[in-house]
Ligand binder design. Sequence first.
Ligand SMILES: Nc1nc2c(c(=O)[nH]1)N[C@H]1C(S)=C(S)[C@@H](COP(=O)(O)OP(=O)(O)OC[C@H]3O[C@@H](n4cnc5c(=O)[nH]c(N)nc54)[C@H](O)[C@@H]3O)O[C@H]1N2
Ligand SMILES: Nc1nc2c(c(=O)[nH]1)N[C@H]1C(S)=C(S)[C@@H](COP(=O)(O)OP(=O)(O)OC[C@H]3O[C@@H](n4cnc5c(=O)[nH]c(N)nc54)[C@H](O)[C@@H]3O)O[C@H]1N2
Ligand SMILES: [Mo]
Length: 771
Amino acid sequence: MSKKITQYHNAAGGWGALASTAKHLIKSENIAKNIRNLLNTNQDEGFDCPGCAWGEDDEAGHFKFCENGAKAVSWEATSKRVGSDFFASKTVSELKKQDGHFLESQGRLHQPLSYDAQTDHYLPISWNKAFELIATELNGLASPDQAEFYTSGRTSNEAAFLYQLFVRMFGTNNFADCSNMCHEASGVALKQALGVGEGTVQLIDFEYADAIFVFGQNPGSNHPRMLDSLYKAARRGANIVSFNTLKERGLERFASPQNAVEMLKNSSTQISSLYLTPQLGGDMAAIRGMVKVMLTVDKQRKAKNEPGVFDEAFITQHCEGLEDYIQQVENTSWEQIESQSGLTQAQIEQAAQVHLSSERVIFTWAMGITQHKHSVATIHEIVNMQLLRGQLGKHGSGLCPVRGHSNVQGDRTMGINEKPSMPFLNKLGEVFAFSPPQQPGHNTVQAIRAMLDNRSKVFIGLGGNFAVATPDTKVTEQALSQCELTVHVATKLNRSHLIVGKKALILPCLGRTDIDVQAKGPQKVTVEDSFSMVHASMGVVPSDIGDMRSEVAIVAGIADATLGSEVVCWQNFVDDYSVIRDKIAEVFPKFKDFNEKINHPGGFYLGSAAAEYHWQTPTKKAQIMSHSLPTSILAFDPNTLTDQTTFVLQTLRSHDQYNTTIYGMEDRYRGVHGHRKVLIMNSKDMQQQGLIHLDKVVLTSLWPNNSTRQLSGFTVIEYDIPRGNVAAYYPEANALVPLDSVGEQSDTPTYKSIAIMVDKDPAYINVKMED
Ligand SMILES: Nc1nc2c(c(=O)[nH]1)N[C@H]1C(S)=C(S)[C@@H](COP(=O)(O)OP(=O)(O)OC[C@H]3O[C@@H](n4cnc5c(=O)[nH]c(N)nc54)[C@H](O)[C@@H]3O)O[C@H]1N2
Ligand SMILES: Nc1nc2c(c(=O)[nH]1)N[C@H]1C(S)=C(S)[C@@H](COP(=O)(O)OP(=O)(O)OC[C@H]3O[C@@H](n4cnc5c(=O)[nH]c(N)nc54)[C@H](O)[C@@H]3O)O[C@H]1N2
Ligand SMILES: [Mo]
């Protein structure tokens, strides 16, 4: 693909999305099969889309896939296979020189592979031998806490439940997972404030909201089905207010492929009625500003004997902490708010007015909020605003952290959690007659540190691409390569599989789209979406699965080899997944009659205690949490390390990727074609740095230790982004994120706020640039 930077003038969606969907179907190996797959995505009898965690409406028979869902499905459901011939022809060192796109493009893994250090090749191994190797290594550890068990968010409830059971019976809570890098801050903040870690809205609430505030999220690329909800809301007159550092086209204008008139006329619908572009990390200040405006309006109204703007009855009955918080708001100056948010008081007043004039308001957010140092405090600010206005537990209002992976929320519900609660552990121990370990385990960053210090010696990854998704690429690769054994359960080859420990295994698994037949017939699994809806997913693709096994069978195989079958008969679970679901229902009361409930079209709702005003906090009240604004959004002052101008870098997704899976080189809505090593920058900053559009630059990140983290050969592009802020794609820029740069309380890498310097790349001076 030729390299090109253009401006994208159209709306999101529309013909562009249809054309891209068609391209992905035609390009793939089996067109007919793929079309059938798409029709089965998120249908009652089909499989859950392996794309995002947005919910499904209950219009049965309706096409519920989107452009990026089409990519996810056709990527997984390919008939291409990568096996022993390929691995015999290439050493691991040679494969490491290839990029992630090449590795995954080789097709589906279909036979278990074991690393041979002498020849530097992966060789076939039998399943039994692979399980024995894992069991020997695990059982040979001085302590179960020397093993790390990672989970990515596509794993089904059934596989996740079995996995956590096995790992806890083995004796540790070392459950690093992708959530630690994703919505961890939402879970922590919501639990402190409301007693539960999930959102409070259901999909249908989007039909009643008068206003929807979208913070730090790019639904046009990452939750395209959410655009459908926003589009319908905008068309019925709801106000959508977007806070995003970048002008993301999907939040500006959308042409619905379902709307024939819009498609024929090439017209579109305006999504956001107000679009504000705060600086990176500026949302907490902006929301505080909105509350400040409301306090002023409240006083004015009350002076005229009119009703105030806060829901005082709700606050009195349900909340604690009001006085301290109001004090904090009053102590925060407009000067501070404007300088940290990068917005003017007038802009913030406009946003506050939308809230004030709306009876029902939803707040949604994603990675632009959760991947900062002060993310927990920012989410508390979001919650406070909604609590003050009584915007919880009524139709059309509430809090909606929009999750990433299609079952990341379900994995947490099933107990993939390094800090499990005591009631859960007690119940698990009671149902399976053992004593689960009680001390907290490692999260993702702690797991890397433990491997680096040789405190952990075995790494097992149930899905995902640990080496690439995590921060500080060099450091993480070092950590993994020091292990005695690394194991990856995966559908496709990725770089993590090439960062081998002394011994290494790749175990090929079935994906969502594949038919999964076990002793008792074809099996379904279940997943939970962002709205706490649990539903079944059943593969439909009759693929040539070779020697692949389901995740459930792989987990059970490892468990059986490691622990034996005296206490738990693991094979019973594999034969019939409804037996696992019966056990899930025994451990979690919310899953009572689980097997019956999943027969209900659309699944069932787990409920939200917070939306029903059952505050599961220590004092049984909702907590209005007070924090002062951070003095800086960074953990240190970069000026103490350099005299040069520094920038704050965010790392984000293009339109043509799924996390570390790069489908292609098109970031259509941002007009970036054929490039991924780009740096998005404000034209004035470029001028100040002596840079012109398409110059090549070196990025050096700053952190108060001596290591140098640097990437070269990035192409700088002029873009509408606040001054002082820059952006680059994830995962290319991960090498710049220091392992120790994490969110307060969440330990999430600060992927959206990294201090960097930008210099002309000396290797390219006097070289003419292509466009
Ligand atoms: N097609 C596709 N779908 C996906 C994924 C994918 O990679 N591809 N990934 C899945 C996963 S795991 C996740 S977690 C979600 C991620 O979904 P998003 O959160 O939408 O993902 P990002 O690309 O990280 O986008 C962050 C957005 O926040 C903005 N932003 C960054 N920092 C700030 C800030 O400080 N303030 C404000 N107001 N805005 C900010 C950025 O400009 C960008 O628009 O998507 C899921 N769905
Ligand atoms: N710089 C930066 N880094 C980030 C982020 C960021 O915004 N910026 N975002 C973070 C976020 S939000 C997340 S969620 C993480 C994601 O981190 P991960 O979840 O670890 O990464 P993915 O890229 O989603 O994993 C892709 C791999 O999963 C495997 N896979 C796909 N489907 C299946 C399946 O059904 N079963 C199994 N067993 N394997 C499967 C394939 O082998 C594929 O190569 O990355 C984080 N890293
Ligand atoms: Mo995520």
